[in-house]
Design a protein around this ligand. Structure first.
Ligand code: FES
Length: 163
């Protein structure tokens, strides 16, 4: 017996419709749907929440709660360059707090925020899988290990924030 493939109205935004069509009939569909929408749009727009909730027969509050619970999901568009500083245990033990403070100053941007000119978004993350090389950061899709404030400045200097 095969699972029926759900059909969604064509007026749903394409990224949400596509994610629902791909995952809605599977158990635990919400997280992969949220990942797909964020991968497609860069964030999960507020307008997507009721569509996803309806598609999965969940309440808006349930969908919203999952988006808020996981730091990975964004409700607003990110800056042109996303800088993530690991704040999990190993990195914490190796100076992640001071590194985040340094990053805030160097980027002129608070943690969890996007700089006013849209150049950078600075985010905490909770393990980048580089614990043996702590502290770690990710800039765009590039991992950087054994980070120091000096190395951070060098990485930032090598970036050309597109305007
Ligand atoms: S704790 Fe930072 S990479 Fe794992």
């Amino acid at each position: 017996m095969t699972d029926a493939v759900p059909v969604f109205p064509s007026d749903l935004p394409a990224s949400v419709r596509s994610a629902l069509a791909k995952h809605a009939s599977k158990p635990g569909a919400l997280l992969p749907i949220l990942h797909d929408v964020q991968d497609a749009l860069g964030y999960i727009p507020a307008d997507a929440v009721p569509l996803i909730a309806k598609g999965l027969n969940l309440s808006r509050a349930e969908v919203h709660g999952v988006i808020k619970y996981y730091h990975h999901f964004r409700s607003e568009p990110a800056g042109r360059i996303v800088v993530q500083v690991c704040r999990a245990e190993s990195c914490q033990a190796c100076g992640a707090d001071a590194l985040m403070g340094h990053a805030e100053k160097a980027l002129d941007c608070k943690s969890h925020q996007t700089r006013a000119d849209g150049a950078y978004t600075l985010e905490p993350v909770y393990c980048l899988g580089m614990c043996a090389l702590s502290p770690a950061i990710m800039v765009g899709d590039q991992l950087h290990a054994r980070m120091t404030p000096e190395k951070f400045d060098s990485v930032v200097a090598s970036l050309r924030a597109p305007t």
